[in-house]
Design a protein around this ligand. Structure first.
Ligand SMILES: Cc1cc2nc3c(=O)[nH]c(=O)nc-3n(C[C@H](O)[C@H](O)[C@H](O)COP(=O)(O)OP(=O)(O)OC[C@H]3O[C@@H](n4cnc5c(N)ncnc54)[C@H](O)[C@@H]3O)c2cc1C
Ligand code: SF4
Length: 325
């Protein structure tokens, strides 16, 4: 499949990038391109301009600022995260999640910013133009009906990134750059849970950095992922857990799920269930139940919603038991 026609913008600085986004209508950012390029070939987007941010050096790298936390540039590749001793030691759940993304070659190109801003996915949407033409288009692109939830007006395409649930457990914040300068936003407020308008990012804004606070450094972390193939595959259900333990008792606990809703979501009630106790079969099962209730999978992927919800329950229980051991 060929790429559609577009003009390529290649800024060297963040200021040039923001300027390019503001100056032109229909601009699409490309970082590693591992998700965007196949989508362009499928004609899921037809931008007049593509803004290639890879030459902006200030968006790369992992930096520990003692007393404050760790900053990760949006262009940092998933391989760099996987190979960072600092991330493995201090932010284990992010390390675990990053190394499950796609394949080594895709992780060499794929960036953390791209993983956070990943488009939502659906069986009826991630198809060629010919396929979509034959089935009639849907709300997410060029149509006015939803094949997954007919009669409704919402798009339920699923957020299918692996690192955002881990980042949610770590209380990550994003730095966003726009014409008025930079601002910070908690990752939990970044996603909308609407499949065809997935994130709170204006057309002229760009995600520049991720901040991991010092207070979540050292948490035990586990990430579990359901996929069709053992490698090179998006999650069809995913669970991230981060726990802080002291003398065998849980001091802090977070669990987030992915690939079963239009956004990655923190599961509420997990702290109440675990904090102050040792992890055991009963409280781990109760957390599994909370996670399964938060998951709202529909027929957007190759596995049934029932199975994906059940696997969220199973993975959540197992991940809590493992992290609490
Ligand atoms: C075969 C295959 C398997 C895959 N498996 C997985 C998987 O298992 N798990 C998974 O999570 N992903 C998977 N992916 C998707 C992809 O490889 C990763 O999500 C990767 O991290 C995307 O990063 P990127 O830099 O390549 O993003 P790009 O493709 O460049 O961009 C993705 C989206 O983010 C936007 N974007 C990128 N950077 C920014 C920024 N700084 N600010 C604002 N918007 C931005 C782009 O406009 C685009 O909409 C897979 C892809 C393929 C082709
Ligand atoms: S959930 Fe519905 S509207 Fe959204 S991509 Fe799938 S079929 Fe289209």
């Amino acid at each position: 499949m060929s790429l559609p026609d577009f003009k390529l913008l290649r800024p060297r600085t963040l200021a040039e990038a923001v300027d390019g986004l503001g100056k032109h209508a229909a601009v699409q950012i490309v970082a590693g391109g591992t998700d965007l390029i196949p989508s362009l070939k499928q004609r899921l987007f037809s931008p007049a301009y593509v803004l290639d941010i890879r030459r902006i050096a200030e968006l790369r790298g992992i930096r520990h600022v003692p007393g404050q936390g760790t900053e990760i540039g949006a262009l940092t590749t998933l391989t760099e995260i996987e190979h960072s001793d600092h991330i493995r030691r201090e932010y284990a759940v992010l390390h675990e999640a990053a190394k499950t993304v796609a394949s080594p070659i895709l992780r060499n190109m794929g960036t953390l910013g791209g993983n956070i801003c990943l488009d939502t996915r659906c069986l009826w949407y991630n198809q060629s133009l010919a396929w979509r033409t034959s089935c009639s288009f849907c709300i997410k692109k060029d149509g006015d009906l939803c094949h997954v939830a007919p009669g409704g007006s919402k798009c339920w395409a699923v957020f299918s990134g692996d690192t955002p649930p881990a980042l949610l457990c770590l209380e990550a914040e994003l730095e966003i750059a726009g014409p008025a300068g930079t601002s910070r936003l908690a990752l939990r407020d970044f996603y909308t849970n609407v499949g065809d308008a997935r994130m709170r990012l204006a057309k002229n804004e760009i995600v520049t950095r991720v901040f991991l606070p010092e207070c979540t450094a050292g948490y035990r972390g586990v990430y579990r992922k359901l996929r069709l193939r053992g490698s090179i595959d998006y999650p069809l259900a995913g669970v991230a857990v981060a726990l802080k333990r002291s003398n065998g008792h849980i001091e802090a606990a977070r669990l987030a799920i992915t690939a079963v809703n239009p956004a990655p979501l923190l599961v509420s009630g997990v702290e109440k269930e675990l904090v102050g106790s040792r992890v055991n079969e009963e409280n781990a099962a109760a957390v599994g139940e909370l996670a399964a209730r938060t998951a709202k999978p529909l027929t957007t992927s190759a596995l049934t919603p029932e199975y994906r919800r059940e696997m969220i329950r199973v993975f959540a229980k197992r991940a809590v038991l493992e992290a609490g051991r």
